[in-house]
Design a protein around this ligand. Structure first.
Ligand SMILES: O=C(CO)COP(=O)(O)O
Length: 229
């Protein structure tokens, strides 16, 4: 089981260090915990991964960071394809697949995000899967360090997570495509994490806003520990 925190554009370096210190006061047992802070808060730690990276070692890519910068902190985990990068930063599937290929070659653990907008969800599961498949073009679904994160766009940051039935049917369909772990993300909170983690084919969660409070995130890990899968 995997419990991952995506800080997005929250927290400073100092705050992230304090967070990690507090987080590590509990025993994770067999839960894989991951923390994705902003670039400026990266440092060497087995829990820490990058929210993004440019698919090059270094070069003339203003505003980006590449492999050289990530390696300085021994970062070997990365988020790719998050809907905020697809939609706000206009990342194309072609570019996302290029990033995937680059970081796969570098043997990174890749949390690869997919998720449909509300108008697609309204059309039903068949259309959802058709849409999700377009977000998997160019992605090696057998990559041994791949973790899929299913994050419906309409559930991210809205406080309204997908229903248990929606999570169940979608993860079931994604499972037909890959045997890699599948996380759910989108308004995962203390009051719904337990029922979400108990859903078949849910191998963990990717938590945004609720992960910002370390006490809450630690409680989420405790809940995950108690669920034997
Ligand atoms: O986008 C997310 C994690 O990557 C989910 O964010 P929220 O948990 O804030 O909805």
């Amino acid at each position: 089981m995997i419990v991952a925190a995506n800080f997005k554009m929250h927290k400073t370096r100092k705050e992230t260090k304090e967070y990690l210190k507090k987080l590590k006061s509990i025993n994770f047992e067999d839960i894989k915990v991951r923390v994705f802070p902003p670039f400026t808060a990266l440092f060497e730690d087995e829990l820490i991964g990058a929210q993004n990276g440019y698919p090059a070692i270094n070069g003339a890519y203003t505003g980006e960071i590449g492999l050289e910068q990530l390696k300085e902190f021994n970062i070997n985990k990365i988020l790719i394809g998050h809907s905020e990068r697809r939609n706000i930063l206009n990342e194309s599937q072609e570019f996302i697949a290029k990033k995937f290929e680059f970081f796969k070659k570098e043997n990174f653990e890749i949390i690869y995000c997919i998720g449909e907008p509300l108008e697609i969800r309204k059309k039903g599961i068949k259309e959802v899967i058709k849409y999700l498949k377009t977000q998997l073009i160019g992605i090696d679904l057998n990559y041994q360090k791949l973790i899929i994160a299913y994050e419906p766009v309409w559930a991210i940051g809205t406080g309204v997570s997908a229903s248990i039935e929606e999570i169940k049917e979608t993860h079931y369909e994604i499972r037909k495509l890959t045997n890699r772990p599948i996380l759910y993300g989108g308004s995962v909170k203390l009051n719904n994490i337990e029922e979400i983690l108990k859903v078949e084919n849910v191998d963990g969660v990717l938590v945004g806003s609720a992960s910002l409070d370390v006490k809450t995130f630690k409680q989420m890990i405790q809940i995950a520990k108690e669920i034997k899968k």
